[in-house]
Design a protein around this ligand. Structure first.
Ligand code: NI
Length: 245
């Protein structure tokens, strides 16, 4: 069930059976020479959408611009400052709580969001803690690639060149869902360099084509289908446990 395709009476009826919702959260940023700019938002959206169809839980709109300042030297990348993102997340969370939700599960697709998302959760809880009230709401985040069993499938398909950014696994997930957007590009070098980075200029200097440690030329819709299948199954279990907590 998708929030944006539901009517308010349908959401009201859903809230009588569950007070939980899943929010895909990602980023709009370069993903190397053959990866889609939307990769980090699309992956959790695709996985959460399939899991929701299987299990019947509600999925909200995708929070699709995240904390990606280090990608801004590549055309098409967008970022929220951490402070802006925390403020936006506060309003998303508070709106959902105001209308009756008390379990909000963020399925994350971008490593750069993790710290800011946790800070947003702490800001939300702090309002209750400072007032000396018990908070009835629980918030959680999980990275899709860290759902139980998912990395095993990724490693099986891509034992070499998975890397950390613009990975063949995440590119495969998007190619599975959007085969019309598949791009064939030769990678030089075959496997990109790895390492640390600070700002956008530093990132581009260290990783000139946008990849980190990866060879996404290996990506395929077939591998994407297997990865989504594993992630969808694990997400259904994880969401059920969290909603029941
Ligand atoms: Ni990514």
């Amino acid at each position: 069930m998708k929030l944006h395709l539901s009517s308010w009476p349908e959401v009201e009826a859903y809230l009588k059976t569950s007070r939980g919702i899943v929010i895909p959260i990602g980023s709009t940023e370069q993903h190397g020479p053959n990866g889609l700019i939307g990769t980090d938002a699309l992956c959790p959206e695709i996985i959460a959408g399939e899991a929701a169809d299987a299990a019947g839980f509600l999925v909200g709109p995708t929070f699709n611009v995240g904390m990606a300042q280090h990608h801004l030297d590549f055309p098409g990348s967008m970022t929220l400052r951490p402070s802006t993102m925390i403020a936006a997340l506060q309003d998303w969370i508070t709106s959902l709580v105001r209308t009756g939700f008390d379990r909000i599960y963020f399925l994350n697709g971008h490593g750069g969001n993790i710290t800011t998302l946790n800070a947003a959760f702490c800001e939300f809880y702090a309002e209750y803690s400072l007032r000396g009230e018990a908070c009835p709401v629980r918030l959680t985040q999980n990275n899709w690639w860290q759902l139980p069993g998912v990395m095993d499938v990724c490693k099986k398909h891509f034992p070499v060149g998975e890397g950390g950014h613009a990975t063949p696994s995440e590119v495969s997930v998007t190619y599975y869902a959007y085969p019309e957007a598949i791009k064939s590009v030769e990678m030089h070098p075959k496997i990109a360099p790895s390492g640390r980075f600070a700002d956008a200029a530093d990132f581009r200097a260290s990783f000139p084509d946008g990849r980190c440690g990866s060879d996404p030329a290996q990506a395929s819709p077939e591998a994407g289908a297997r990865i989504v299948e594993a992630a969808r199954t694990a997400l259904v279990r994880d969401v059920a446990a969290f909603f029941a907590s």
